[in-house]
Design a binder for this molecule. Structure first.
Ligand SMILES: [Fe+2]
Length: 386
């Protein structure tokens, strides 16, 4: 065990604001890049966000000073990472631009491992190998949710196990992040709400997890403050660039905060995606108030400061009242955003609860839940969320 009480690290340079994408060219030059590879998914090629990227890179298109790999799958597999690394080598690139949602960002970050060491597949990833000097990576998110742009890990499904592996290394950090709200302005309200709820869940779960990390706690509380105010605005009017900017920043803050830890909501959500195909943010949204109620029953007052951050006047009310008001606020937010339905509305079947509970219990996130949970507790939570 390390002698340090905790390790703090918040190092990614980040440009924030509508139009900041126009700085991409000069920033690439500063990084010494003359031929970057854009790593993205095929769906993005038809979007206005991609048009804006093309404009920033020079209107001549791929082959004229920049290249593209657009084969990233929604839940990325190792082959995506191999293909991106091969494209980088074949086209003589010198930097990666990871452009898209969490999947594209994760593949863009991870392909640099295979560029440096093509002989070492991700299934045999060696944390202690020399990973210095990876290709520089610029992360540009087109959703406000996962916060993968500021993360030090990539989630990739490995063919050998068919399970999602978390490849973690500090060298995976991007050299630059660009949070440009014009890139998220066309995201439909449903996806805006679901991804935003992922970010909110990151903030709430990291703040209430028990380990000592006051820096993350402060960031999580301000993230909650931003999301509760800005997410309804971003859903009502996608072109509200102020709300979009706040959501992009809050999503990055959520991911910075959850380097502390997550909790049982994420353990419940992961199998809802892998077994039932639910969107990760939606799965979190549906489970979150149930986990909060369950935790609050066993640790009264747990959510008082979450409520305060969300703007509730709960400083002086009894513990149970502070929790009840905070959970009611979250439920109200979910209803307002169209995420008020239970798991039943998403096609989840009670016959799946046992398999879901098995996988949720095997998931590591609940180990840092504020209250320890058993497999039976997780199954009961699925029933409650049904
Ligand atoms: Fe998440």
């Amino acid at each position: 065990m390390s002698a340090a009480l905790a390790t703090f690290s918040f190092p990614t340079p980040t440009l924030v604001g509508p139009g900041t994408l126009s700085e991409l060219g000069s920033r690439l030059a500063q990084l010494g890049s003359r031929r970057p590879l854009v790593v993205t998914d095929p769906g993005l090629l038809q979007t206005r966000a991609f048009q804006l990227l093309q404009r920033a890179l020079g209107p001549a298109g791929p082959g004229q000073g920049w290249e593209i790999f657009s084969g990233v799958h929604p839940n990325p597999v190792e082959q995506d990472v191999i293909d991106a690394a091969n494209a980088y080598r074949a086209k003589g690139c010198d930097a990666v631009i990871a452009f898209g949602g969490g999947s594209a960002l994760d593949v863009g970050k991870a392909c640099r491992l295979l560029i440096k060491r093509p002989e070492l597949p991700l299934s045999r990833f060696d944390y202690n190998a020399d990973w210095s000097g990876l290709a520089p990576c610029v992360c540009i998110p087109t959703t406000a949710g996962t916060g993968s742009e500021v993360g030090r890990s990539s989630v990739v499904t490995l063919p050998a196990t068919q399970r999602k592996a978390v490849i973690f290394h500090p060298q995976l950090l991007a050299r630059l992040v660009i949070l440009d709200a014009e890139l998220t302005a066309d995201l439909p309200p449903k996806l805006t709400a679901a991804t935003g709820l992922d970010a909110l869940t990151h903030c709430i779960e990291s703040f209430t997890s028990p380990s000592f990390h006051p820096l993350c706690d402060g960031i999580a509380l301000e993230g909650i403050h931003l999301i509760v105010e800005a997410l309804p605005r971003a859903c009502r009017n996608g072109q509200d660039l102020d709300a979009r900017t706040r959501m992009l920043v809050a999503a990055a803050m959520g991911a910075v905060a959850f380097q502390k830890d997550l909790g049982a909501t994420h353990s419940l959500a992961h199998p809802l995606s892998s077994i039932c195909g639910m969107h990760h943010g939606t799965a979190n949204a549906v489970c979150l108030p149930h986990v909060m109620a369950w935790n609050a029953q066993r640790k009264p007052g747990l959510y008082r400061r979450v409520g305060l951050a969300a703007g509730l006047d709960v400083m002086k009310v009894p513990d149970s009242e502070a929790d009840a008001q905070t959970i009611a606020l979250i439920r109200g937010l979910l209803t307002e955003l169209g995420l008020g339905d239970g798991l039943k509305a998403y096609g989840v079947k009670p016959a799946q609860f046992d398999a879901l509970a098995d996988q949720a219990f095997a998931d590591a996130c609940h180990q840092t839940n504020p209250v320890p949970v058993t497999r039976e507790d997780l199954k009961a939570l699925y029933q409650a969320a049904y």
